[in-house]
Write a protein that binds this ligand. Structure first.
Ligand SMILES: CC(C)(COP(=O)(O)OP(=O)(O)OC[C@H]1O[C@@H](n2cnc3c(N)ncnc32)[C@H](O)[C@@H]1OP(=O)(O)O)[C@@H](O)C(=O)NCCC(=O)NCCS
Length: 333
């Protein structure tokens, strides 16, 4: 039997600077009331100039490594997810490898936006199951605040997103006790890529950075909020039900559901559709905003620290985001 992958350590890295809805009121035509009513967000964290996603990923990774009680030299593979890499290329995986001073191990970058963490987890899980790697670092980090349109034109996006990073360590479960990642389900529908995207820089455009690049402002993320909302609140419950069915589990078996923190109204709708009581749903968007790939592992780390996950608990993750991509995972903790 191939071993199951267990999460042996978690960590998070949150930039210290807090930006409240009232702070945003001073930058654009918005109100605390509008933001809270539509999204449930009160505040988010913004990284200082000079701090990139790889810095948050590296900081969170060190914490996850410490929590797992291993030496960083034991890490034998890195999977890193972000939509906001420090540079156009290379991705942040190699930057984490170098910042942590690891050996010349493989570093894979995942570009699946808000589903990035579950996609990354899925890849790492396959490596553990096949016995290829024994200690895989999965990290996700986002510094989005440095490229938000803070004018009124960009207020729909600007108020939702925040910065943060988190990481987990995956190792094979040495015991045959049923614990570990039971399944991951990944989905995409690229027909809707324009409903949540950053159009430029675009490699198909020659020259990529032409004279009109700055004027066109296509380097700011753009979203059709209503369609994202509609699809997110349908796809996440579907993905959860599919995951539970694949494992012979029922909704009542779920001890903790952590949905991607896109918008608290979406999380509440997902819970309602699944008929999962809100006490069993991990929610922290109020304090962080939407941290894209990092949102699920940030909640996970908080839940671990709060002692919310007992050994053997059924943990379900689900995400939806740009692509569209969506995903689910079931973990026996
Ligand atoms: C963005 C979102 C909060 C908007 O909520 P909504 O109820 O759909 O609001 P609407 O789009 O109908 O906008 C209502 C009005 O508020 C305005 N508005 C948009 N952003 C605003 C802001 N930050 N402050 C104040 N008003 C704002 C709009 O311009 C619109 O004005 P109009 O009626 O004069 O045109 C919501 O669509 C959403 O959460 N979508 C999903 C977002 C998401 O999860 N993205 C990431 C997915 S991973």
């Amino acid at each position: 039997m191939s071993p199951r992958a267990i999460i042996t350590g978690t960590g998070r890295a949150i930039p210290p600077k807090v930006v409240t809805n009232f702070d945003l009121e001073k930058l654009m035509n918005t109100t605390d009331e509008w933001i809270q009513q539509r999204s449930g967000i009160r505040e988010r964290h913004w990284a200082e100039d000079g701090v990139g996603s790889s810095d948050l990923a590296a900081e969170a990774s060190l914490k996850a490594i410490a929590a797992a009680g291993i030496d960083k030299s034991e890490i034998d593979f890195i999977v890193a997810a972000t939509i906001a890499p420090d540079h156009y290329f290379p991705g942040i995986g190699v930057m984490v490898q170098a910042k942590l001073g690891l050996g010349t191990i493989g570093a894979l970058d995942i570009r699946n936006q808000c589903s990035g963490f579950i996609y990354a987890l899925s890849v790492a899980d396959q490596y553990i199951r096949t016995g290829t790697y024994k200690k895989v670092l999965v990290c996700a980090a986002e510094v989005q605040s440095h490229n938000l349109d803070l004018s009124d034109a960009g207020r729909d996006m600007a108020v939702l997103f925040g910065d943060g990073g988190a990481a987990v360590i995956l190792e094979p479960n040495p015991a045959d006790d049923g614990r570990g990642v039971l399944s991951t389900h990944l989905f995409s529908d690229g027909r809707f890529m324009r409903d949540l995207w950053m159009e430029a820089p675009a490699s198909g455009r020659k020259p990529t950075f032409g004279p009109s690049f700055l004027d066109e402002r296509k380097y700011f993320p753009h979203m059709d909020g209503k369609n994202v909302f509609k699809n997110a609140s349908e796809r996440m419950p579907e993905a959860v039900l599919q995951a539970l069915a694949a494992n012979g589990l029922a909704v009542a078996d779920v001890d903790l559901l952590i949905p991607h923190q896109a918008n608290d109204r979406i999380s509440q709708m997902v819970a309602k559709k699944l008929q999962i009581p809100l006490e069993k749903v991990g929610r922290n968007i109020e304090r962080y905003g939407n941290t894209t790939a990092a949102s699920i592992p940030i909640v996970l780390d908080e839940m671990v620290q709060e002692g919310r996950l007992k050994r053997g608990a059924c943990l379900v993750l689900t995400s939806f985001g740009s692509g569209f991509t969506w995903a689910s995972a079931v973990i026996r903790w």
